[in-house]
Design a protein around this ligand. Structure first.
Ligand code: AMP
Length: 329
């Protein structure tokens, strides 16, 4: 027995969504900027699923390629003219400003498929399920809802599995549900090598290893249990790293004993700081939102314009951890 949601509205949206996909001959799938495995997996997994079900449709996945994720899939080149008379589907992207790229506006109709808290409303059909561990889980759930209508294949299953592994940090995070495990097990029935996928996702460059060493040596933890580290442009330069390669240190600080919430600040070329926030219990996406960002209750992101704003964010994290402590006592 599948532990799918019994929410009637959710079922209706999936029916509307699949009926809409059936109607269009050209479908272009976008996802968020700076993609992670869940963004690429949901985008390209959906593409492969639609292609396997409707071989006559033209289906494309677009956006900037990311070197580290090319082992999952690469992007298609699509000219502006193809958007005329096309359906655009955007996966894993809460707000329009994070859609990669702007060409989605040229399409006649949009669909949103996302597991982040509803931030920006966009799309004729919006399927948002914040209980899903990942957007890949949602795409696989679409297949499991209509298994007689939708064809899953090895390529799509591999992509969707990779996205679930990525967003749950290998089934570690709280959002991992019994249904997540069921979906993963259904995908694992296809003959891709899940060991290869896991190993490829585990690989880090030697310089990334050095950055992890730096982070473990220099992190700061406050008395209340707020961990943080700031990586300036100078530090990145000395480690021979690019800003885009810093995501590997984010889960590291959460491993330190006593850390309840943490922040990783990375200075950008424009001297603003990208800020990644994580928590083991206190809600932190309200802090991200206050500073112009967003995300999930326990995993979100924003920007800080200078060191003063960094201090403000840390102070707010501290207050949130304290408030959570009081609630739990
Ligand atoms: P990251 O820290 O980049 O791994 O992002 C964690 C979560 O926060 C993801 O689900 C993102 O969608 C969300 N997020 C990160 N940065 C932003 C931002 N600037 N605005 C809105 N959401 C964000």
């Amino acid at each position: 027995m599948l532990l799918q949601t019994t929410n009637i509205r959710d079922r209706q949206i999936k029916e509307e969504l699949w009926a809409c996909i059936k109607k269009w001959d050209t479908i272009i799938i976008h996802r968020h900027v700076r993609p992670d495995p869940d963004a690429i997996g949901s985008q390209c997994g959906l593409k492969e699923m639609i292609k396997a079900t409707f071989p006559d449709k033209q289906v494309f996945a677009v956006g900037a390629d990311v070197d580290d994720l090319k082992f999952l899939d690469t992007m298609d080149e699509v000219g502006d003219e193809l958007y005329e008379g096309a359906l655009v589907i955007v996966t894993d992207t809460a707000n329009v400003k994070r859609i990669d790229d702007d060409k989605y506006k040229l399409a006649e109709e949009w669909i949103k498929i996302d597991h982040h808290p509803l931030d920006d409303s966009y799309g004729k059909i919006e399927w948002v399920n914040t209980n899903a561990s990942s957007c890949c889980e949602m795409v696989a759930d679409l297949w499991l809802t209509f298994p007689n209508d939708i064809v899953m294949n090895e390529k799509a299953a591999r992509l969707l599995y990779a996205g679930i592994v990525g967003d749950t940090n290998r089934f570690l995070y709280d959002a991992t549900s019994p249904y997540t495990m069921q979906v993963a097990s259904e995908l694992m029935r296809f003959s891709f090598s899940h060991t290869d996928v896991n190993n490829q996702m585990n690989v880090i460059k030697p310089n990334t290893g050095k950055m992890m060493g730096y982070a473990l040596e220099h992190f700061i933890v406050s008395d209340g249990g707020v961990g943080h580290i700031v990586l300036t442009k100078d530090i990145l330069r000395s480690l021979g790293l690019d800003e885009s390669e810093t995501h590997a240190i984010v889960p590291l600080l959460g491993k330190i004993e006593g850390v309840k919430a943490w922040a990783v600040f990375v200075e950008q070329s424009d001297s603003e700081y990208r800020c990644r926030l994580r928590s083991k219990g206190p809600i932190i996406n309200n802090i991200a939102q206050k500073h112009g960002g967003g995300g999930h209750p326990l995993a979100s992101g924003t920007h800080a314009k200078d060191t003063e704003e960094i201090e403000e964010i840390l102070k707010e994290l501290h207050q949130q951890v304290l408030a959570h402590q009081v609630e739990s006592d």
